[in-house]
Ligand binder design. Structure first.
Ligand SMILES: CC(C)(COP(=O)(O)OP(=O)(O)OC[C@H]1O[C@@H](n2cnc3c(N)ncnc32)[C@H](O)[C@@H]1OP(=O)(O)O)[C@@H](O)C(=O)NCCC(=O)NCCS
Length: 165
């Protein structure tokens, strides 16, 4: 059955939270794992909105921590769908941190999350296609397609190498 395409803007989300002491180390920096957790949750929510099924994270690529985040900052996480395959979707997530005392907003992290849609039996299931709305989205889609094909190729090659005993 042909599923109807959905736009990226119809599923994009923004999630925000204040960084509390238990999110941070003794120096007051937010743990990288905590940043990743909010990014993963945002990517999962976008994927679920797109395909209306249970979704799991298959991989995370090009995740970078650009600047530190501190206790008291407002973390603002934007996530949007950029690519759909047959059963997988790629979501770009970027994180900003706002110093609420000074009103300064910094870009602190970004990454690409591949999420897979699962049916009720836990098997990968087809996702609706992404409806491309403009030229820039098409360029980003094509880049993602190339990156994912490259990743699959690398995976195939590395699986041919026997593990060390
Ligand atoms: C992700 C998972 C469902 C894929 O299962 P699988 O048996 O490899 O399924 P398939 O080979 O049919 O692949 C399904 C899709 O996932 C993609 N995929 C599988 N492994 C991937 C990986 N490591 N990175 C990126 N994409 C991946 C495939 O390319 C395919 O996409 P497509 O249909 O759009 O072409 C399975 O590996 C899994 O359950 N992993 C654990 C997920 C998890 O627990 N995440 C953390 C908590 S949410």
């Amino acid at each position: 059955m042909q599923m109807s395409a959905k736009t990226s803007s119809s599923t994009a989300i923004t999630m925000s939270q204040i960084v509390l002491p238990y999110n941070a180390n003794l120096a007051g920096n937010m743990h990288g794992g905590e940043v990743m957790k909010i990014m993963d949750s945002a990517a999962g929510a976008v994927a679920a909105r797109h395909c209306l099924t249970n979704v799991v994270t298959a991989s995370v690529t090009q995740l970078s921590f650009i600047e530190p985040v501190f206790v008291g900052d407002l973390v603002i996480c934007n996530a949007q769908l950029i690519y759909t395959g047959r059963t997988s979707m790629e979501i770009f997530v970027d994180v900003k941190a706002e110093d609420l005392g000074k009103g300064i907003i910094r870009c602190v992290s970004e990454g690409y999350f591949v999420m897979v849609s699962l049916d009720r039996n836990g098997h990968p299931s087809e996702v609706p296609p992404l409806q491309i709305e403009n030229e820039q989205q098409q360029i980003i889609f094509d880049e993602a397609k190339r990156r994912i094909a490259q990743m699959k190729q690398q995976k195939r090659e590395s699986s041919r190498i026997a593990p060390l005993k």
